[in-house]
Design a protein around this ligand. Structure first.
Ligand SMILES: Nc1nc2c(ncn2[C@@H]2O[C@H](COP(=O)(O)OP(=O)(O)OP(=O)(O)O)[C@@H](O)[C@H]2O)c(=O)[nH]1
Ligand SMILES: [Mg+2]
Length: 569
């Protein structure tokens, strides 16, 4: 793994100059820049839409130049404490695209007040020496070059339509130090200012700053009454020209206090397209802002890369490399370069190649779809023959029959018996036996008829009985179907690739910079993953659905929006 991976990844985003810009490390590597360099960087990058011309006006000594120095973060603009200190227009452009115009004050030196009036297109003081030209000092490049450029400008030039396009005030800050009271001269000047502004544009564009000076011991210079009087005086004049209450804030221009409230008012008064990020820039310390901005841009780049990879199948090749491996390596390299010290970078990148490949391999496995085919389930069976046998079929029939029973009966009857004659003569004459009737008792069997029922088995027909007999021959028969895995198909990266890629990216961003990347990489990715899951796991279904059923560029756009919503607050 090397920075090459990051360069390679850019090829994937040739169609997105915005992403290429994000991947340009110079855009993000601001860690070693000084505040001034940061300002310069921001100016170059035009983070903020339109320049805002912000004029400071008010009585001499009120604190206009001091406020400008506070904003600049230096004491470069002269503020001596002498009355009528500022004699020309002092100008500088801030990182936020706010251009500060510090004017000479009013209420003392008439010539200076006239310069002030000329700058704001207020009629000059009558009966005083008319101003025809003045000097504009530009402090914008002072911090970087030590140079202050100056230019003599005539009133005609300054007030020309062409020049006014660039310098006409978007907002005017009327600074008043209440301890010096709101005097008649101040009223006169303020009235003239508001009138000329009202004539130029209907709505009010003047903000009032009560600059509360402090004594050396820290106590406040103005009394509460002074402050109250100043508010009252300003409000009276304001209401002669506008309705409603004037926007008044309390500031301490030396300490830079109250700048936030001024910012708030600027943001309320100006149209949003003029303001851009100014609210944020002015509110935060520039360094802090730069860091937040760095994280935002880093995440934005991760989001773009993750959203695009989600729509590519996980087996996509990039040259002869796996796209996933290459992209994960690029993210790793990107994160290290942004969040790690110079000396760790090269070593870590080399040694992390395997770890990163492992994560890419895991992503790949997660997004494989098993391809199946229907397969027959067969059974081996023996061929059978049918043997048919005829089998008699019987039924039981009820039969009624008569049966003869015999009973014994005793009876007496006359029977002729042959009796042997006892007398031999008789025997001779009449035969040996003589017939003689005798009564004889005898037992006879008398038949009696009775009806009986019985079941008789009768043949009712013939039935065919079949019997399967094995033939010894076998054949295969299909008895069902089952799914058989025939291969795997790589799916689009979807949610899993997003999660893995962001786990690496956020892991590196959020890890303690002291933690050794090489030994803790797994843990770092793991805790990155926990963070990522908390933020995006609820979109898993939606993301997978998108990559599977929408055209890639549409899916990518929607995913970008989803991720931006949760990752960049
Ligand atoms: N204690 C304190 N002193 C301040 C404050 N603002 C300005 N001063 C002092 O007041 C004096 C005049 O301040 P400047 O910022 O130069 O005033 P200015 O409005 O630019 O005055 P001109 O350029 O003459 O119109 C300086 O000595 C400052 O140090 C403040 O908020 N607190
Ligand atoms: Mg000044």
């Amino acid at each position: 793994m090397s920075s090459q991976a990051l360069e390679n990844l850019k090829i994937l985003f040739q169609d997105c100059p915005e992403v290429l810009r994000m991947l340009d490390l110079r855009e993000l590597d601001q860690s070693n820049l000084t505040d001034q360099q940061l300002r310069e960087e921001m100016k170059k990058r035009k983070l903020y839409p339109e320049p805002i011309n912000f004029y400071a006006t008010g009585r001499t000594g009120a604190g206009k130049t001091s406020l400008g120095n506070s904003l600049l973060g230096s004491g470069i603009m002269e503020s001596t404490g002498r009355q009528d200190c500022t004699s020309g227009i002092q100008y500088f452009a801030m990182a936020s695209n706010l251009r500060y115009f510090d004017l000479p004050g009013g209420g003392s030196n008439e010539e200076f007040e006239n310069i002030n009036r000329v700058a704001l297109l207020i009629p000059q003081l009558e009966d005083e020496k008319e101003v025809n030209e003045f000097i504009v000092f530009d402090f914008s490049d002072h911090a970087a070059t030590g140079q202050v450029s100056s230019q003599k400008v005539t009133v005609t030039e300054w007030q020309s339509v062409e020049n006014q396009k660039y310098v006409s005030p978007d907002l005017i800050l009327y600074v008043l130090a209440p301890h010096g009271q709101f005097l008649r001269e101040d009223k006169k000047y303020l009235r003239a200012l508001l009138k000329s502004q009202k004539a130029r544009r209907g709505e009010n564009r003047v903000i009032f700053a009560l600059n509360i000076h402090r004594n050396r011991d820290g106590s406040l210079k103005p009394t509460p009454q002074n402050i109250e009087d100043a508010r009252k005086g300003i409000t009276e004049v304001y209401q002669e020209i506008y309705s409603g209450t004037p926007p008044i804030v309390k500031i301490d221009s030396l300490r830079g206090e109250g700048i936030n409230q001024i910012t708030e008012l600027i943001c309320e008064i100006l149209p949003p397209e003029k303001i851009g990020n100014m609210r944020q820039v002015l509110r935060e310390e520039l360094k802090q802002f730069a860091e937040a901005e760095r994280s935002r841009r880093y995440r934005e780049a991760l989001i773009y890369i993750a959203s695009r990879l989600a729509t590519y199948t996980v087996d996509t090749q990039f040259g002869n490399q796996s796209l996933l491996k290459e992209a994960y390596a690029a993210i790793c390299s990107y994160g290290i370069k942004i969040f790690r010290e110079e000396d760790v970078i090269a070593q870590a990148e080399k040694e992390l190649a395997d770890e990163v490949s492992k994560v890419a391999e895991e992503s790949k496995q997660k997004r494989q779809k098993v391809i199946t085919e229907k397969e027959n389930i067969t059974e081996r069976r023996e061929e059978k023959q049918t043997k048919i046998t005829s089998v008699p079929e019987y039924d039981w029939e009820k039969i009624t029959d008569t049966e003869t029973d015999y009973i014994e009966i005793e009876q007496t009857r006359l029977v002729t018996d042959s009796i042997r004659r006892k007398n031999p003569v008789a025997r001779f004459l009449f035969g040996e036996y003589k017939k003689q009737e005798v009564l004889k008792n005898e037992t006879i069997m008398k038949p009696i008829k009775r009806t009986v029922e019985r079941l008789e088995k009768r043949l009712v027909g013939m039935r065919e009985e079949r019997e399967e007999i094995g033939t010894g021959k076998y054949y295969d028969v299909v008895v069902g179907q089952r799914d058989k895995e025939v291969g795997k198909k790589a799916l689009q990266g979807g949610y899993d690739v997003i999660e893995d890629l962001l786990a690496i990216g956020l892991g590196i961003e959020l890890a303690d910079a002291q933690k050794d990347l090489r030994t803790c990489f797994e843990t770092i990715v793991k805790s990155g993953r926990v963070q990522v899951q908390m933020m995006i796991s609820r979109y898993k279904e939606q993301i997978n659905q998108l990559v599977e059923s929408s055209p890639p560029d549409q899916a990518e756009d929607v995913i970008i929006r989803i991720l931006e919503k949760v990752l960049i607050s």
